[in-house]
Design a protein around this ligand. Structure first.
Ligand code: ADP
Length: 501
């Protein structure tokens, strides 16, 4: 691709067969009530992959009805946690058995390197599913010795029907980040995958049925955000929405919840995360981390370390090495194993990222490498670095969601902390230093949900993850994530000598 790779779309690749294109409601694949479809696009070329059923309000109503029935009268919330866990383990096994097909669907639909989909997206999702399957039989309340000779106990009960609104950047990982704890808790769900990446969510509907998960527990309605997504978030019979996506849409979801039935909401939103590199850092490690932190997944990742703050003593040397390493970063067909970076998800994102690059140039940042689209078709963009970026420039403030790094120089630890926090977001931060005191001081002072010291993107099913400030609230991963899908009921009974009797 241009000077970076070979070709935007290599002819040799064997693409996966598209087997599931209809809505999955109450265990059946069905057309949309309207009969409408929309095109799902191959970001390598801009061509259509398949026509997908376009769900809207009427389909959301049917899916919610199925989920409601499964919750109110079906076996799923009533069976033992271990029985639920067993079916979830079965689903994870089926995913493993179909790993090649699933991962090539995500690679194709989202333009992600196939190898990374296997190593990261897919394995994180299956790990989360197994983690929460193992937690399903460990959900219990407390017993309380109450005043007035009363005995209290609490139940932790599933919250009910949950709408999962999923973005396109990690169609599998972010789905299972919500689906796995929701299932473990005993909830039933309606999934609304992103319109850009509907293929794997439908596939998981098929596998859930094979695993023996009862009909109506998992429903999938493909379609657009302002129609299907909005119908789900304002539905009176939905008890909770878990949303991952932009801060703008997160706000709409909260509004819809407030204006309908005051449903509970968990939001995982945008970020503008700082990666702070101190003078004593291992320079090669710092360069590797900085490159991965913003170019991994073509920058389409909410925790991207898109603001790289480098201490003045190593700034020049760091930049020199970073440019060399960035030129080695290969852009091209995500099915080519040599490729590091595929195309941006769609034309809208592609144009948005290029507009940010223009804005960076206009506002006076120094473009040191990249800065252009590449290839003759599809949505490929060169990995791009701006140096001399000031805090008040648009590229330093707004989430670009593309392969664009803003490099900044700082002098003192206090300045680094202050500038790291100069953002409305608070999803993650990275620190690169050998000094434990510096690492500890900065970790405590940066207002973000996850701090990575001498590493980046180090996720685990057991490690809570979520935002401070306008990056959202609620935590995915870790046992605490179950709390998003549970509520506590207190039951109080008098003892034999209680004044209540
Ligand atoms: P992006 O702008 O990067 O595409 P979004 O936050 O718009 O990301 O999309 C994330 C998810 O939110 C997608 O599934 C999308 O369909 C959905 N969505 C978009 N708009 C709305 C809305 N008004 N109500 C509910 N869901 C929406």
């Amino acid at each position: 691709m241009g000077s970076q790779g070979s070709d935007g779309c290599s002819a040799k690749v064997k693409l996966p067969e598209i087997k599931f294109t209809k809505l999955f409601i109450h265990g059946q694949f069905v057309d949309a009530v309207s009969g409408k479809t929309f095109d799902t696009i191959d970001p390598r070329t801009g061509d259509r992959i398949a026509k997908i059923a376009e769900g809207d309000k009427a389909d959301i109503d049917l899916a919610v009805k199925a989920a409601r029935e499964a919750f109110d009268h079906g076996p799923w919330p009533r069976m033992t946690g271990s029985a639920r866990g067993k079916l979830m383990f079965k689903l994870a096994d089926l995913m493993d058995q179909n790993v090649e097909e699933i991962t090539s669907l995500d690679a194709l639909n989202a333009g992600k390197p196939l190898i990374l989909v296997k190593l990261v997206d897919f394995s994180d999702a299956v790990n989360a599913l197994r983690y929460f399957a193992g937690a399903a039989d460990k959900i219990h309340g407390e017993t309380l010795k109450m005043s007035g000779s009363l005995l209290g106990h609490t139940w932790r009960e599933p919250i009910g029907v949950v709408g999962l609104i999923i973005p396109w950047n990690f169609p599998t990982t972010l789905l299972f980040g919500c689906l796995a704890p929701a299932l473990a808790a005993g909830c039933t769900v309606v999934v609304k995958p992103a319109e850009q990446t509907p293929l794997t969510a439908l596939y998981y509907g098929h596998l859930a049925k094979l695993a023996g998960i009862p009909d109506g527990v998992i429903n999938v309605v493909t379609g657009f955000g302002p129609t299907a997504g909005a119908a789900l978030s304002s539905h009176m019979d939905v008890d909770k929405i878990s949303f991952t996506g932009s801060t703008k849409v997160g706000r709409l979801i909260m509004e819809a919840a407030a204006k309908s039935n005051l449903k509970s909401v968990t939001l995982e939103l945008g970020g503008k995360s700082p990666l702070i590199i101190f003078d004593d850092a291992d320079l090669d490690m710092a360069v590797e981390l900085a490159r991965a932190a913003v170019f991994f997944n073509k920058g389409e990742i909410c925790v991207a370390g898109s603001r790289v703050l480098v201490q003045e003593g190593i700034y020049d040397e760091f930049l020199k090495k970073l440019i060399v390493k960035t030129k080695e970063w290969v852009v091209g067909d995500p099915f080519d194993p040599q490729v590091n970076q595929g195309p941006q998800i769609d034309r809208r994102q592609f144009e948005k990222v290029l507009a940010y690059i223009e804005c960076g140039k206009k506002e006076g940042a120094t473009l040191v490498t990249g800065g252009k689209a590449c290839g003759s078709k599809g949505y490929y963009i060169e990995p791009t670095i701006f140096a001399d970026v000031k805090d008040d420039m648009t590229i330093a403030k707004e989430e670009i969601f593309g392969p664009v790094m803003s490099l900044m120089k700082f002098k003192t630890i206090e300045e680094a902390i202050e500038r790291a926090n100069k953002t409305m977001y608070g999803l993650a931060a990275g620190i690169v230093t050998k000094n434990l005191n510096v690492a500890n001081t900065v970790s405590r002072s940066v207002r973000a949900g996850t701090i990575w010291v001498n590493c980046y993107f180090a996720f685990d099913a057991d490690c809570p993850y979520g935002g401070y400030k306008m990056s959202g609230f609620g935590r995915a991963n870790g046992l605490n994530a179950l709390d998003n899908y549970l509520q506590v009921k207190s039951v109080v009974t008098p003892l034999y000598n209680s004044p209540w009797l």
